[in-house]
Design a protein around this ligand. Structure first.
Ligand SMILES: CC(C)(COP(=O)(O)OP(=O)(O)OC[C@H]1O[C@@H](n2cnc3c(N)ncnc32)[C@H](O)[C@@H]1OP(=O)(O)O)[C@@H](O)C(=O)NCCC(=O)NCCS
Length: 168
């Protein structure tokens, strides 16, 4: 059951350290700072969920605008990424509630489509998205890179499925 005091809200600047999950995602510090800067220009949205006892239970980010217009083009198509719920809070319905809230706001902004990449080995997440109306539109090589907190660049290859949903 979803915790009664669950609060789904936008990430503020002071919340950024929470997204590092006590060090587990410290390497994404710069990435998160960049996404936050994009939120100030209305090019991205960062959602998080908390409860009275837990400062962060989950997060979900949306790219509204990207150089990669096949992912996000600023008006029609948006891209979901960085979606994760802390293990102790998984399978309580929190992810579904966050997804619904993010989709509702996108529809209000007149976006028509939301897409994402799910790593091919992550079957449970694929099933989760299918249950929420997403369908696989094809494979994606999952090539991406990021600069870690020490300024070192990392190239990743995470073969994925591209999934998409039409927003009502
Ligand atoms: C996928 C995820 C965001 C869903 O959030 P959630 O709050 O657990 O989802 P809900 O409670 O609304 O729905 C539960 C469903 O989520 C999926 N799920 C639950 N735990 C999961 C996990 N560790 N990994 C992948 N999917 C998971 C399952 O489909 C589950 O259904 P089931 O309980 O019948 O198996 C969350 O489980 C998670 O953070 N997983 C690990 C990271 C991840 O896979 N993120 C998605 C990257 S594209």
């Amino acid at each position: 059951m979803i915790p009664q005091d669950l609060h789904i809200r936008k990430v503020k600047f002071a919340d950024l350290p929470l997204l590092e999950w006590d060090g587990e995602f410290l390497h994404f510090r710069k990435l998160y700072e960049n996404v936050y800067q994009r939120t100030l220009k209305h090019r991205a949205v960062m959602w998080m969920a908390d409860t009275k006892a837990e400062a962060l239970v989950g997060q979900l980010f949306i790219q509204l605008n990207s150089r990669r217009t096949d992912l996000a083009d600023g008006s029609f198509r948006a891209y979901l990424f960085g979606f994760r719920i802390k293990p102790a809070f998984q399978s309580l319905g929190i992810g579904g509630a966050m997804l619904a809230k993010a989709e509702r706001e996108l529809a209000q902004k007149h976006f028509r489509r939301i897409c994402l990449n799910v790593v091919r080995t992550n079957e449970r997440a694929r099933v989760f998205y299918e249950r929420h109306g997403y369908r696989i539109i094809g494979p994606d090589p999952g090539l991406w890179h990021y600069e870690d907190n020490e300024g070192v660049w990392h190239d990743l290859e995470e073969p994925a499925w591209r999934m998409e949903k039409e927003l009502k």
